[in-house]
Structures are given as C-alpha cells and as structure tokens.
Design a protein around this ligand. Structure first.
Ligand code: ADP
Ligand code: ADP
Ligand code: ZN
Length: 215
C-alpha cells in the first residue's frame, strides 16, 4: 500500500499514520519528524531548515524532494509506505510523480482529512509531544494517564514551538495557499478520497482503511 495523507496542521495525519503503519506493517514517513530530528541533531540540513520550521514556513521543494527520494529508496519501503506531510506543494507532488514513474511505482490512494479551521487550531494548541519518544497527546482529547508524562516511556511532554497560536494561524494560511491545490491535482488523477476528520480517531481510521481499498 502506498498512501498519502493530506490535511491542514492538526487534522490528525500523524495520529492516523501511526495506526495505519501498524495495521499494514509499512513505514510511516513524516517529513516534519525528519526535519525536527535534523534540527535537534544540528546537522547541516537541520541548520538550514530550523528558521523555516520555527516560523511555520515551508522548506524549499528541492530540499524536501531530495530527502524524500532518499528515504523512499530504502529497503523498508519495498512493500509500501505512508506519506504524512508530503507532498505539500504542487511542485512536490509533480516531483513525486516523476520519481514514482522512474522507479515504476504508483500511489494507491490519497486521503484528504477534512476538519474545520477552529477544530485544527484547538487540536494543535492542545497538542503535546513526548520529548523522548515523540508520542503525541492532547491536553483534552487524548490526555496522558499522568499529567505531563508520556504513557509509553515516562518522558516529559512539551509543546512544539511552532504549535503556539500565532504560528498556527500562519501555518493554516500556508496550507490554504500551497497545499490545498493538491486536492484538485489528485482528484484529476482519480486518487483522492475525502474523509471526515472530525470523528473520533478510531472512526477516522476505519474510514481511511475502507476508502483506500476502493479502486
Ligand atoms: P503538521 O503535521 O502539524 O502540519 P509537520 O510536522 O508536518 O506539521 O510539519 C512541521 C514543519 O515542517 C512545517 O511547518 C514545515 O516547516 C516543515 N515541513 C514538513 N513537511 C514539509 C514539506 N513536505 N514541505 C515543506 N516543508 C515541510
Ligand atoms: P497532524 O499530524 O495532522 O498535525 P496530529 O495527529 O498530530 O495532527 O493531531 C493533532 C492533535 O489533535 C494531537 O494533539 C492529537 O492528539 C489530536 N487528535 C488527533 N486526532 C484527533 C481526533 N480524531 N479527535 C480529537 N483529537 C485528535
Ligand atoms: Zn515517550
């Protein structure tokens, strides 16, 4: 299964990507995590993209495409992958199509997670992430068993710098301008599946699984 998840920040892409990766036993590739890891390790890539991530602006297409082609070429992707947060511009989607053509692959499904702007803002501003293992929580919708502590590893829960409200508004504008046009792009290719992201996480999961099996 080769599937793309599209949705505004806070739509639930990461939450669903994790469930789908376990279900289909294929890797989840999250561009945001790859960039955050590079920033925390202070690699040359990390130093280049740190300012952009903090502002909530997009990393240039050439950088994203180079990183993703390298990642998708790894042996664990032979049986498929879940792309979470990529592509995010029409240029990236065209680059992905070219790469898939070169290696003789095709996407099975592109899932658009639909949520309202208010819901997206509420989800992001309440999002907390484990500083050690990266597991994601929500202050109200998915609270940890013990306040401020990760259920999985006991690490401390922190707020991503770009999840503060003023940056979130900018990220939502970037989504409307740069990423929303991908819906028409994939609709034309007959790959787009719209899923109601406002439901409970398990209901969203069931809908994605069902819609991805329809050709
Ligand atoms: P969210 O899932 O909340 O939308 P991500 O973790 O996917 O956020 O992305 C965080 C940041 O990483 C983005 O604001 C952007 O700076 C950068 N980023 C992630 N994916 C891409 C991409 N495909 N193209 C450009 N920038 C990206
Ligand atoms: P994205 O990767 O699209 O930015 P996340 O999966 O990180 O989104 O989810 C954003 C926040 O909303 C997280 O705090 C998560 O716990 C919470 N969340 C995810 N899915 C749902 C849902 N269906 N209902 C309520 N809260 C959710
Ligand atoms: Zn943890």
């Amino acid at each position: 299964m080769k599937i793309v998840l599209i949705g505004p920040p806070g739509a639930g892409k990461g939450t669903q990507a994790e469930k789908l990766a376990v279900h289909w036993k294929i890797p989840r590739i999250t561009t945001g995590d790859l960039f955050r890891q590079a920033v925390s390790e202070k690699t040359p890539l990390g130093l280049k993209v740190q300012g952009l991530l903090e502002k909530g602006s997009l990393v240039p297409d050439e950088i994203v495409l180079g990183l993703m082609e390298e990642r998708m070429s790894k042996p664990d992707c032979k049986t498929g992958f879940i792309l979470d947060g990529f592509p995010r511009t029409v240029g990236q989607a065209e680059g992905l199509e070219k790469w898939l053509g070169r290696v003789g692959l095709k996407l099975d499904s592109v899932v658009a997670l639909e949520v309202s702007k208010e819901e997206a803002v509420g989800r992001i501003t309440g999002r907390r992430q484990c500083a050690s293992c990266g597991n994601t929580y929500h202050l109200h919708f998915q609270p940890p068993k013990q306040e401020g502590r990760c259920d999985v590893c006991g690490g401390s829960l922190v707020q991503r710098k770009d999840d503060e409200e003023k940056t979130v508004r900018h990220r939502l504008e970037v989504y409307d301008k740069e990423t929303a046009p991908l819906l028409a792009f994939y609709q034309k290719k007959g790959l787009l599946k719209k899923v109601n992201g406002l439901q409970k996480p398990n209901a969203v999961f069931e809908e994605i699984k069902a819609s991805s099996l329809i050709k």
